[in-house]
Design a protein around this ligand. Sequence first.
Ligand code: HEC
Length: 494
Amino acid sequence: MELISLFPTWFEPMVGSGWVVGFIATFHVLASHTSVGAALLFAYLSWRAYKEDNNDYLDFVKKFGLFLLVFTYVAGSLTGVGIWYSTTVASPNGIGALIHSFVWKWATEWVFFVIEVVGIYMIVYLVGKVDKKTHMKISVIFGMASLATMVIIVGILSFMMVPGKEAWFEQGGYLLGFYGDNTFIQMAMRMAFMMTMTAVVGGIVVATIKDAAFKKEMARKLGWLGIIATLIGAALFQLYLHTVPSYALLVMENRLPDYFYPSIMIVLAITLAYFIMTMIQPRTLISGVAGFMAIVILVAGLWPEETARESMRKPWVAGQYVYSNQVIGRDVPGMDIQSQLPIIEKVGILQAHPFTPEHLREVNDSNRIQAGEFITMTYCSNCHSVSDSGIRPLHRYFPEGVTQEVMERYIRGAIVPGTIAYMPKMPMLESEIQAISAYLVMNNDGGLAANQAAIAKEVAQREAGKLAQQPAQPYPKGTTGLVVSMKSSAEENK
Ligand code: HEC
């Protein structure tokens, strides 16, 4: 038997697995970027404290550090683990691709991360217990270790979009995969936005400062930091767009919702206005407002950014060779990796998938809808939900009352050969095309419930052994087996 490396699909019925990963990742970016940005700010403030022999700065570092320890470090660590868990089940081959190329990079990152975690404790609890010069040194080491974690992870993130150099496909090797224009510009852009986040979250700490003069000074400092970082970040975003593959831009232009750009602009304007307000009127900076603004700015700014990055990668999830639906769609001689498409073309997806239930390996009248469901889950559900909610619900893309015949033509003409740039090539045997079409038509008509009812019927029939003992019947041309009997669309087809 010819099998490919597919795993059971993680089906999340409410929002889809993609969004679960998205929620966790957005939260993680928020926590991790804020910590790294703050680490650099701490190094600077500790240096000022040492140079000017000023205790106020250290008090601020201690307060902000404690806040980070409780919130971002706990949240960051939990969501970090959450990303591993959720991506491993949502995208096993995608994660596999990253691990095969970057396992030592990740090990290195974790070394820095341990330094970071120990460092934040030292920074917070050694204020006043060690001299200012030692504290400054600790802060600088902490800042550098934090930055190192970010630099490494950005290399891996940018590989997800596109390997550093084209030569990587032929030659492999992690340097070629890691370093490219996209890596460096993304690094710079993230550093800028990291400082924006630090300034926004820092506002929560500034709000608690009692001494009016010092509060004003810190509000000014963070305000400037925020304004400059935001403007630089926005400019770098424009540059960044030049380093992504051209079809990614196509997806962005055509496929992001209309409100995407305006909403980014509004978030940008609100962010700048907020910083300016806190600089001019530090009194307005009270904890409640600062906390609220932090959530608004960060979530409203990050969610679209992470969604865009995710959409732009389509149809790939990693390295431009692992499709979002986990099929490996391209040869990578440098890594000894072969495309799985030829095998699927030869034996069909049901035979090639190691986890296809035995009774679905061949499509017949007693399993058609179920086989169609299995194919939809395998091929489509990473990017499309089959229910009403969640990510790109499939039924929205088909006209109401679509017939089996039209559906088959679409699957055969557009989906199988992969003619739509942002979707993978998805080879299917003729019997599989009929099965997925039958499932999708039913999904379009009656939603998930209709499919589940039909599947229950198939299972009951099979169990009663009525159809199971009959040889699989040839599929009559122009009709649709179960679907026809249920919605008698034979007339409609005429
Ligand atoms: C790599 C992710 C991915 C996979 C896998 C995928 N799609 Fe899509 N599909 C997309 C994206 C992205 C769009 C554009 C959606 C939008 O603009 O809202 C899309 C759009 C569509 C459309 C609208 C047609 C068009 O011209 O834009 C249909 C129909 C569709 N998908 C069906 C399917 C079916 C059926 C499957 C499984 C056999 C599937 N897709 C698998 C990502 C995917």
